[in-house]
Design a protein around this ligand. Structure first.
Ligand SMILES: [Zn+2]
Ligand SMILES: [Zn+2]
Length: 153
């Protein structure tokens, strides 16, 4: 849980540095991605007229599968430009876990690739085309397109 004392904030700005266990992101686990590394954060919290301003950075590593060849991969995701306001009615501690979680997860890429030019798996024989060249590619392109057949009618 990432939280700070409202009472302290009223007296001074707060620098908050720490780590959360991978379970912090459990809800985000899926078939293609999971978290096994701690979540590191460095936050600066200050009281402004319009509310409580939280800035800083948060990062972790994500284990995922390449979207083309299914190879496991691990990459760092980070939000180094955290900046959001908190409105709280709490008088003791303000918990910003949920906001930090969201700010980190928006940094997940739409697609995971082991490398930009990953060739993926052959849709016919299933070999990893990064490692093995199969002979399917040509015959695949030679397959008559059913729409062409229709056009000929
Ligand atoms: Zn790949
Ligand atoms: Zn093949």
């Amino acid at each position: 849980m990432i939280k700070f004392s409202i009472d302290l904030l009223k007296r001074q700005e707060i620098d908050l540095t720490g780590e959360e266990p991978p379970t912090f992101l459990n809800d985000a686990n899926s078939e293609i991605l999971s978290f096994h590394d701690s979540i590191k954060y460095t936050l600066h919290i200050s009281l402004k007229e319009s509310g409580i301003l939280v800035g800083g950075s948060v990062s972790t590593k994500v284990n995922a599968l390449c979207g083309r060849c299914l190879k496991p991969l691990k990459l760092t995701i980070a939000n180094n430009n955290l900046c959001f306001f908190v409105n709280t009615t709490e008088s003791l501690d303000c918990d910003i876990s949920e906001q930090i979680r969201t700010e980190l997860l928006i940094c997940l890429p739409m697609n995971f690739l082991c490398k930009n030019d990953c060739l993926g798996l052959c849709p016919q024989c299933g070999v990893d085309r990064n490692q093995t060249a199969c002979n399917c590619a040509n015959s695949f392109e030679d397959t008559p397109n059913p729409w062409t057949e229709l056009d000929n009618l």
